[in-house]
Design a protein around this ligand. Structure first.
Ligand code: HEC
Length: 156
């Protein structure tokens, strides 16, 4: 079960709006998983939305909510800064971009970056990978998270 980050709150109306057309939920993390997440946590509602939005397969404009990330992360392959380049990060194992010195905790996290793990990590970096050196408190607004994760998916 995913933990429910306390700061993600949905009103019953929001939940109804997000969850009502459940038979139309289609995703690349699997419809059953999306439903399971969706039943269990509002955090998962964000994951479900990320997962259900079609990804165009082409790099798109960075959403406004990516701005704080860009302070430390480039989206150009190989251009590592304070943080590793995020080019091609989607679908990769955590801590494996070449030429970047990760914390041991990130390398040992065993995570693979998909919609669920990215959403969770970006919402709560320290809670998701304790000891990570990513100095970012976490993005708490579901809309912002969705926009950022969908954008990361497009970065080749
Ligand atoms: C203050 C600088 C900073 C900010 C702001 C920041 N990050 Fe990071 N990020 C890092 C560092 C440093 C690491 C490496 C962490 C480690 O090795 O423990 C990292 C790691 C990551 C990783 C794992 C990459 C990999 O190759 O495994 C992802 C994904 C990520 N950040 C996404 C984001 C997103 C999205 C945002 C904006 C919401 C963001 N970061 C904001 C510094 C930052």
């Amino acid at each position: 079960m995913q933990r429910f980050p306390g700061s993600l709150k949905f009103s019953p109306a929001d939940e109804a709006e997000y969850l009502a057309p459940s038979d139309t939920l289609k995703s690349d993390i699997g419809e059953r998983e999306v439903r399971m997440y969706a039943k269990n946590a509002a955090f998962a509602v964000a994951v479900a939305l990320v997962a259900t939005q079609a990804s165009s397969g082409e790099a798109s404009e960075a959403p406004a909510s990516f701005k704080p990330c860009a302070v430390c992360h480039s989206t150009t392959a190989g251009a590592n800064g304070v943080g590793p380049s995020l080019a091609g990060v989607y679908g990769k194992r955590a801590g494996t971009r070449s030429g970047y010195k990760y914390s041991d905790k990130m390398v040992q996290s065993g995570l693979t970056w998909d919609a669920a793990s990215l959403t969770k990590f970006i919402a709560d970096p320290k809670g998701t990978v304790p000891g990570s050196k990513m100095a970012f408190a976490g993005m708490k607004k579901p809309d912002d998270l969705i926009a950022v994760v969908n954008y990361l998916k497009t970065l080749k």
